[in-house]
Design a binder for this molecule. Sequence first.
Ligand code: BTN
Length: 325
Amino acid sequence: MQSELRKQLLDAFTTAGESYLSGQYLAELVGCSRTAVWKHIEELRKEGFELEAIRKKGYRIIKTPERVSADEIMLGLTTSFIGRNIHYEESVESTQKIAHKLASQGVPEGTVVIADEQRSGKGRMNRNWHSPKYTGIWMSLILKPNIPLTKAPQLTLLTAVAVVQAMEEITGLTPGIKWPNDILIDGKKVTGILTELQAEADRIHSIIIGVGINVNQKLEDFPLELQDKASSLSIQKGEQISRAELIRTIFKHFEKLYSLYLKQGFIPIKILWEGYAVSIGRILKARTLTEVIEGKALGITDEGVLKIEDQSGVIHHVYSADIEL
Ligand code: BTN
């Protein structure tokens, strides 16, 4: 994890924008020596940050590194608890696994595990999630809401809304959500969300929300069997997208929606979710672990459960399934 001092320095550079900050000012602000400030500045340089240093004026950041790091995400972060603790790894089996471990060690709510690469990323329904190095966002967010177990799926839907809002803001593209939480652009999957719980009887200890976003892959970076089903934001937009900026923007939207949810419940989130849904009102096939239901998607309940009306007029409540449109 980053040191508190490093976070405070990056917050100061965030607020300063284009202005210079003197070593003396920074040292007083964070309560350390000028030598300690200088040491942190040198470490940022080693990470690939470019800092301009002008005598009598001070420092300013003029370029951030290609590789995403906790420091780069922190620079420009406006949230108060989502993403304020970042656990960044270059290569992991799965960020979910690390997040589970951290959650049981009692890290603060809003802690996020992010990796440049996952060697065995996990998808829904026990599938693999292809997570090659540097091209995507592979992260797991730890939450500790005081809600009953049955409401946990609502947070998955909330996450999908936050990710879509951030994608719209950063890329100008218009993604849609396929229930429960696949994010599609032009009918192709760009994001998957996997929610896992640490709970007992009816009490949630932690919710681990895994988000996998295809950001800068080229078509040939996907395995052949995925090339007609999956896509990336850069394929759709025709240009490279800053992963750090997208991560920060997701945190911003997530924190806003999550605070709203804790105050007002699921209804305002449900309304937003429905605005992005591409599956509602359409005839579809839902493959659950035990059956296949075919019919018209009527909408979702206040719990986030999908309602499907089959040909004989029976309404099915679907809690978990793969949807074929
Ligand atoms: C899906 O099947 O659609 C869900 C995919 C979720 C992938 C993300 S990537 C970050 C986190 N770590 C994992 O191993 N899986 C999730």
